[in-house]
Write a protein that binds this ligand. Structure first.
Ligand SMILES: NC(=O)c1ccc[n+]([C@@H]2O[C@H](COP(=O)([O-])OP(=O)(O)OC[C@H]3O[C@@H](n4cnc5c(N)ncnc54)[C@H](OP(=O)(O)O)[C@@H]3O)[C@@H](O)[C@H]2O)c1
Length: 252
C-alpha cells in the first residue's frame, strides 16, 4: 500500500504515528514538504516516509490519498490537481462537502473521514461517510470506526468533536480551583486527569448503562453531585451547551 498525504499538519502527524503503531502493511508514505518542521520530523523518525515537494507527484505515486489541508487551501489547490479514477481519496477537510470534493477531484472514489488527534494512540472514534469496506478495514486498525450513510449525520459528529477545547477548559477550571485551595499545581493536574480518565473508562466498561443512567447513578438526592448538577442546570449551563452545538452545526 502506497499512501500519500496532501498537507503535513497536525492531523497527518497523528495519523502517521497511529499507522506505525498498528499492524497496517504500508510500503511507503509520501508526504508534502509543508509543514517543514513536521515533515522533517516524520522523515527522520520513519524510514518509509518520503517527502515530496510537488502535490501532483504525491498523488501519482500513491493509491490511497489523504487530503489533509485546511478548507481554504483545499478550495485553492484541489481543482488544479489530477486524480486518476483508480485512486482512493480520503478527505479529512472539515467544511468541504463530498459533492464539492468530487467536483474538484473529478473522482467518485471519495470518502470523508473524521479522525481525532488520539488516532496517534490508535484510540477514539473515526467517522466514515459514506460506508466503505476498504476504508473501514484500513481505519479499524487506528480506532473505533463508525460508518454513516448520510453526510448530514457526519456533520453532527463534526459538531460534537468541536467540544474538545471546552472539555479541557472544564478540567482546567477544576484544576485551577484545586490550586487556589492550596493544592500544588502538579498534584491538582494529576488528580483532575485521573478523575476524568476513570470516569470515561467507567462509562465504557458499563457498556449496557446509558449516559442518562450514569447521570442518575452518580448522584444521591440532596448529595454533592446533585447539588452541582442542579446549580449548573439553574444557570442554564446545559442549555448553552446545546446552543453551542446548534451554532457549530450550522458551520459545517
Ligand atoms: N487537527 C485535527 O484534529 C483534525 C481532525 C479531523 C480533521 N481535520 C481536518 O484536517 C485538515 C488539516 O487539519 P490540521 O489540524 O492538520 O491543520 P494544519 O495543522 O494547519 O495542517 C495543514 C497543513 O497544510 C499545509 N499546506 C498549506 N498549503 C499547502 C499546499 N499548497 N500544499 C500542501 N500542503 C499545504 C500546511 O503547511 P504550512 O504550515 O507550511 O502552511 C499545514 O502543514 C483540516 O481541514 C481539518 O479540518 C483536523
Amino acid at each position: 500500500m502506497y499512501l500519500g498525504f496532501i498537507g503535513t499538519g497536525k492531523i497527518t502527524l497523528s495519523i502517521i504515528y497511529g499507522i506505525f503503531k498498528s499492524k497496517l502493511k504500508v510500503r511507503k508514505i509520501y508526504i508534502s514538504q509543508r509543514n517543514k518542521n513536521i515533515s522533517n520530523k516524520l522523515s527522520k523518525k520513519f524510514n518509509k516516509i518520503k517527502i515530496l515537494k510537488n502535490n501532483q507527484e504525491i498523488i501519482d505515486k500513491s493509491n490511497l490519498i489523504f487530503l489533509a489541508v485546511t478548507p481554504k487551501v483545499g478550495d485553492k489547490i484541489l481543482p488544479n490537481l489530477k486524480f486518476h479514477s483508480n485512486k482512493r481519496i480520503i478527505s479529512l477537510i472539515s467544511t468541504i462537502n463530498l459533492k464539492k470534493i468530487k467536483q474538484y477531484t473529478k473522482s467518485k472514489n471519495v470518502t470523508r473521514v473524521i479522525p481525532l488527534p488520539f488516532i496517534n494512540m490508535r484510540k477514539g472514534p473515526i467517522i466514515i461517510c459514506p460506508s466503505n469496506k476498504e476504508i473501514k478495514n484500513f481505519f479499524k486498525h487506528l480506532g473505533t470506526v463508525i460508518e454513516v450513510r448520510k453526510e448530514n449525520l457526519s456533520k453532527a459528529f463534526w459538531s460534537t468533536s468541536s467540544f474538545m477545547a471546552s472539555y479541557y477548559n472544564l478540567l482546567n477550571i477544576i484544576c485551577n480551583w484545586l490550586n487556589s485551595k492550596g493544592i500544588q499545581k502538579l498534584q491538582a493536574e494529576k488528580y483532575t486527569k485521573e478523575l476524568f480518565l476513570a470516569l470515561s473508562e467507567d462509562a465504557m466498561n458499563k457498556n449496557k448503562t446509558t449516559l442518562k443512567q450514569l447521570v442518575l447513578e452518580s448522584q444521591t438526592p440532596g448529595g454533592t453531585n446533585a447539588y452541582v448538577l442542579n446549580e449548573l442546570k439553574k444557570k442554564k449551563f446545559y442549555k448553552l451547551q446545546q446552543k453551542a452545538l446548534n451554532g457549530i452545526f450550522k458551520k459545517f
